[in-house]
Design a protein around this ligand. Structure first.
Ligand SMILES: Nc1ncnc2c1ncn2[C@@H]1O[C@H](COP(=O)(O)OP(=O)(O)OP(=O)(O)O)[C@@H](O)[C@H]1O
Length: 259
């Protein structure tokens, strides 16, 4: 599914009155199947952009379209994964994954089957009965990803989903995200603060910055356009070409951030 953002702007009311503009004149055309990484200084509006696309926030002006439908609220065509897992501690992993289907009135049997399928996709087929507190941080993020995948959304919105994980788990999760993306062909919007992560995963980079936030840079990323099999395992990150691309991205990013 194509995702289009037209002249989007949003601001937040201030406690003492008035409004601060957070994003202004955001225009994006994202074809189906693209892996878009979004970088930008803290507070520039990355999460706000994802929340508008998810339908959790209404823009002050402009529009978001998924294919030929304008977004007016959350929908099963867009799945969301956040930095901190928003899992329900009183439900086991399988019930967490299937919770959205329960709200849609889908039978217990079907929920169970689909939750197990989503858990298989993230490599947790043996953890469905586990309580959330029995899972590691990485496993909890896998459950969050499975929960986002269960409705088979065409678009995955991921807001620093690996930001709270230790370095090793983070690398493993990057490969899992790549595998899921390759296997499902979903469109991904992935907010990160990691330049390596952006280069490794993304087929396209968007840098937000300024006040109010705008798109400072929108360009294809060469490593992310390589076959997933070539990237998986992370060896590519220690090649001179990757180091050179990282340096270039570093300079571009910080030049942009100063604007
Ligand atoms: N609900 C809200 N009410 C008022 N201001 C808000 C609200 N949500 C976000 N903001 C403000 O909007 C700006 C952008 O916030 P946002 O969380 O989108 O930034 P970000 O780029 O995702 O930051 P970070 O990288 O630190 O997560 C910030 O200045 C923030 O304080």
């Amino acid at each position: 599914m194509k995702l289009n953002v037209f002249r989007l702007a949003i601001g937040f009311a201030q406690p003492r009155g008035g409004e601060t503009a957070v994003l202004e004149d955001i225009n994006l055309r994202i074809p189906a199947g693209e892996f878009v990484v979004i970088l930008g200084a803290s507070g520039c509006g990355k999460s706000t952009l994802l929340n508008v696309i998810a339908g959790f926030l209404k823009p002050s002006s402009g529009e978001v379209w998924v294919d030929d439908r304008p977004v007016s609220g959350p929908g099963p065509d867009r799945g969301v994964v956040l930095q901190t897992d928003a899992l329900y501690p009183w439900l086991d992993a399988r019930e967490n994954v299937g919770f959205g289907l329960k709200l849609r009135g889908i039978s217990r049997q079907e929920r169970r089957e689909r939750a197990d399928e989503a858990l298989r996709l993230v490599g947790l087929e043996d953890k469905g009965d586990h309580a959330i507190w029995q899972l590691s941080g990485g496993q909890r993020q896998r459950v969050s990803l499975a929960r986002a995948l269960i409705a088979d959304p065409d678009i995955l919105l991921m807001d620093e989903p690996l930001g709270a994980l230790d370095a090793l788990t983070r690398e493993q999760m990057q490969d899992l995200v790549l595998e899921v993306w390759a296997r499902t062909g979903k469109t991904v919007l992935f907010v990160t603060h990691g330049l390596d992560e952006a280069l490794y995963l993304g087929s396209r980079l968007i840098v937000l910055g300024g006040q109010p936030g705008r798109v400072l840079l929108d360009k294809p990323l060469s490593f992310g356009r390589r076959a997933v099999e070539e990237r998986i395992g992370g060896r590519i990150k220690s090649t001179p070409a990757f180091a050179a691309a990282r340096e270039e991205l570093h300079d571009l990013f910080f030049a942009g951030a100063e604007r």
